[in-house]
Design a binder for this molecule. Structure first.
Ligand SMILES: NC(=O)c1ccc[n+]([C@@H]2O[C@H](COP(=O)([O-])OP(=O)(O)OC[C@H]3O[C@@H](n4cnc5c(N)ncnc54)[C@H](O)[C@@H]3O)[C@@H](O)[C@H]2O)c1
Length: 332
């Protein structure tokens, strides 16, 4: 039996694939390479270039590889783009997601692990954010995650499809072989390291008047390998016939933008120039997870997510692959 990994050529998906392969799981990757990189997937792993919602292709894959579980990473994942192009986001993340779910249910697959996000939460009333915080996304991207989570609840009741929705906070860091290479790059740590590598670049800091100790926004950074580990534990949980769940994945400790820049200065030894700009609409001052539910349910413990360790791993990868992967994804 094998695990279907959609979006497995993307950043978090490919690190999870790497980890699954290490522990001897059979894996099949389905990715349309709209944002991912073929080089991120080991050549011996079965790879299909196609859409996560292609029912014909899915029927073939499920039959050929005896799929019994799915990890669904495939999605469009730029918040600002989702505001400009909500149709693309609902089509790619929700419509394709429903087609995927229907194909899996038809084929008798009953285990599903979903890449959700902290963007499902509404106005932050309490820090750290627990799973019982009000859900009311602020952008179309968040609504696509919210919608698929609700659909999964109904598919559990109706079809017995057991799922774990993993609400990641800020994924960061790299393994020996795999790092973050998005185009455009919207995440802070790779952008700070781009500025470390190029003296002509500055890090744009959006807002320095937030009600935080240094005035810049605080986020919860979780190492991508700790995320991969949580996926494996989620799969074990479902294999033990565990109930469906929605869980935060973060460290419970937040760092400000300036703290991240300082960490990168320490790690790289480069001064790194910054430029203060206005705050981005809808950016909350603080997003920090309460990860206690995932820790209790999976006995999961982030071990690589100390800030300097995250930055060191990302910097080591950047030095090995200064231009990221050779291939450039062709965005939808
Ligand atoms: N990176 C983060 O900090 C973060 C935080 C919260 C949630 N997430 C979620 O985690 C998942 C992975 O994020 P990532 O940072 O690795 O993104 P990514 O863009 O690197 O990976 C997504 C992958 O999915 C593929 N893809 C997109 N649409 C597809 C489709 N319709 N069919 C097949 N393949 C498709 C892309 O080519 C890409 O390889 C996404 O669902 C994202 O929404 C990410």
């Amino acid at each position: 039996m094998a695990i279907l990994v959609t979006g497995g050529a993307g950043y978090i998906g490919s690190v999870t694939v790497e980890r699954l392969a290490t522990i001897g799981e059979s894996i099949v990757v389905l990715d349309d390479l709209s944002y991912g990189h073929r080089e991120a997937i080991d050549a011996h792993i079965p790879f299909y270039q196609g859409s996560a919602g292609d029912r014909g292709l899915l029927a073939d894959i499920v039959k050929e590889h005896e799929i019994d579980s799915c990890m669904h990473f495939a999605a469009s994942a730029f918040v600002a783009e989702s505001v400009e192009k909500p149709a693309l986001y609902f089509e790619n993340n929700v419509q394709q997601g429903i087609s995927l779910l229907n194909a899996l249910v038809d084929a008798g697959v009953r285990r599903f692990i979903f890449s959700s996000s902290c963007t499902v939460y509404g106005e932050v009333t309490r820090i750290p954010i627990g799973e019982d915080s009000p859900l009311w996304p602020k952008n179309p991207y968040g609504w696509t995650k919210f919608t698929l989570e609700r659909i999964l609840e109904t598919y559990d009741t109706a079809y017995g499809l057991k799922s774990v929705c993993l609400r990641y906070f800020n994924a960061a860091g790299a393994t020996e072989r795999i790092g973050e290479d998005h185009d455009p790059e919207t995440h802070l740590i790779p952008n700070v390291l781009l500025a470390a590598a190029d003296p002509h670049r500055e890090v744009r800091i959006f807002g320095n008047q937030y009600p935080t100790p240094d005035g810049t926004a605080i986020r919860d950074y979780i190492h991508v390998a700790d995320l991969a580990d949580a996926h494996i534990r989620a799969l074990e949980h479902l294999r033990r016939a565990g109930a469906s769940a929605a869980l935060n994945l973060g460290t419970g400790r937040g760092y400000s933008v300036l703290e991240v820049v300082e960490s990168a200065r320490r790690v790289t030894g480069v001064p790194i120039r910054t430029r203060i700009e206005g705050p981005r609409p809808g950016d909350p001052p603080r997003l920090v997870a309460d990860p206690s539910r995932a820790k209790a349910l999976f006995k999961w413990q982030p071990t690589m997510s100390e800030l300097d360790a995250i930055v060191e791993s990302a910097w080591a990868w950047k030095k090995r692959q200064p231009n990221g992967y050779g291939s450039r994804a062709v965005a939808k």
